[in-house]
Ligand binder design. Structure first.
Ligand SMILES: [Zn+2]
Length: 115
């Protein structure tokens, strides 16, 4: 498979060179394919035929901004969990709330476009 529209072969954030996957799928009506390169650090470069540009998806685990955001999220999560646990709600409701909040906090990832 030939990736034609992504020139980069190193992670633009941490300079990781190891690529763990190349993918090409879902040909657009304009004739271009969606192309993906994923680096060992977790970042994916995606050539989007919708935008005719390369966008970033996922997170580079070596990105200091990501690490700092994760640290802040964990601090916030702990505060929320403490508040829920201190409430007089039933144990099952507390567990469900905490589980739901943990899932929601974990799914926020770096936006694909530059901040
Ligand atoms: Zn990286």
């Amino acid at each position: 498979m030939k990736i034609e529209n992504i020139i980069e072969r190193i992670c633009p954030i941490c300079k990781e060179k190891e690529i763990i996957s190349f993918r090409k799928e879902q040909k657009h009506t304009n004739g271009y394919w969606n192309e993906y390169i994923t680096f060992k650090c977790g970042l994916t470069l995606h050539f989007s035929p919708n935008y005719m540009t390369v966008i970033r998806e996922g997170q580079c685990e070596n990105d200091s901004k990501v690490k700092e955001r994760e640290r802040k999220k964990q601090i916030l999560l702990k505060k929320i969990v403490d508040i829920i646990n201190e409430s007089d709600l039933d144990k099952k409701i507390k567990e469900d709330l905490i589980s739901n909040i943990k899932w929601n906090i974990s799914r926020f990832i770096q936006p694909p476009f530059p901040e």
